[in-house]
Design a protein around this ligand. Structure first.
Ligand code: GDP
Ligand code: ZN
Length: 312
């Protein structure tokens, strides 16, 4: 039987079958030790083959995952404190959807950009939703317009929503239709409320982070895949507090900012880092107000962070 891993809880995996049912499986021993740098051998989203194990009764069937099918893609989060450890958050995804808010709590723009650069590194399209619009004051709204403009320009379609006022929720149906979407946001931005109000049958847990996720190692995020319909799935990642950068070199950072990537060939020096070189086309864009200062700040931050980490 072929299925998709929808949840992993250490030794057991929930596997979704084509008919919509979910079975609990174990992993065949040989898969366990494969890649020591990854904390998890199987990720949510993995396509697997399952067989019935020996000794089962009808009530208590024993299922074993005996094959992990090749991944189309995957996305990794590294532990900000122990960057050698990588956690595959999910695999076989069509898009990342970052959910953020400018109020209660305000999402750091750096967080949004960390998710975007990670998606970029793994070649996965991304979108941004700013929720809780009902709480924004005039100055927040101005900022929102600027942010949405610059994300759209960079190729990340962005939306503004309010679950409370049911604002712009309808158009999100088509965002999630016929796709497997990985949803990422800091807790409290309204991820679960938003998903539930678009797809009431999913019934994600809202409110405080459950004690269950708090118990995990801090490298671990218990992602969970939900089936919207036969062709549309959402992978929720509760309890994310921070997002480490993936393994890239500092001079590569610019390649993963679409705005920089588009412009970098016009820099005077082909190894331009867009910091203080003369003839830098990227800095020129910034001065002309055509490149978002907050995105540029993220670029500099990531550059320094990666460079700094190498000194240790
Ligand atoms: P999650 O941790 O990201 O899944 O966030 P939740 O969905 O649990 O929501 C956190 C809190 O924000 C809850 O009290 C929600 O009722 C509230 N909330 C969610 N969306 C909105 C919104 O659009 N506006 C306002 N004012 N509150 C919201
Ligand atoms: Zn440059």
């Amino acid at each position: 039987m072929r299925g998709t891993v929808v949840q992993s809880t250490g030794n057991f995996y929930d596997v979704l079958l084509a008919d919509g049912s979910i079975i609990i499986c174990r992993l065949k021993g040989k898969f366990r030790l494969d890649n020591k740098k990854q904390t998890n051998p199987i990720a949510v989203g993995d396509f697997v083959m399952v067989e019935e194990g020996p000794g089962e009764t009808d009530e208590q069937k024993n299922y074993i995952i005996n094959e992990i099918l090749p991944r189309n893609n995957y996305i990794v989060r590294s532990d900000i404190h122990k960057s050698a450890y990588k956690h595959v958050i999910a695999s076989n995804i069509d898009q990342t959807v970052v959910i953020a808010s400018l109020k209660q709590p305000r999402t750091a723009f750096g967080f949004i950009d960390r998710v975007l650069i990670t998606s970029e590194v793994y070649g996965i399209p991304a979108k941004v939703i700013f929720n809780k619009h009902d709480l924004y004051e005039e100055k927040d709204d101005e900022l929102l317009q600027e942010l949405m403009y610059s994300y759209n320009e960079a190729g990340y379609e962005s939306f503004s929503t309010s679950v409370l006022n049911k604002e712009n929720l309808e158009q999100l149906h088509q965002v999630f239709e016929n796709k497997t979407s990985l949803i990422i946001g800091l807790s409290g931005v309204g991820k679960s409320s938003l998903v539930n109000s678009i797809f009431p049958h999913l019934n994600l847990k809202t409110g405080a982070i459950s004690a269950y996720t708090e118990k995990g190692l801090h490298t671990t995020t218990f992602a969970h895949m939900y089936r919207i319909n036969e062709h549309s799935f959402i992978i929720d990642t509760p309890g994310i507090k921070e997002f480490g950068l993936v393994d890239i070199d500092e001079y590569e950072v610019g390649h993963y900012f679409p705005e920089i990537r588009k412009e970098m060939n016009n820099c005077k020096f082909n190894n331009c880092l867009h910091i203080n070189e003369t003839g830098c086309a990227v800095k020129q864009l910034l001065e002309e107000g055509k490149f978002s200062p907050s995105r540029y700040t993220s670029y500099l931050t990531f550059y320094e962070e990666i460079k700094g980490a190498k000194k240790w």
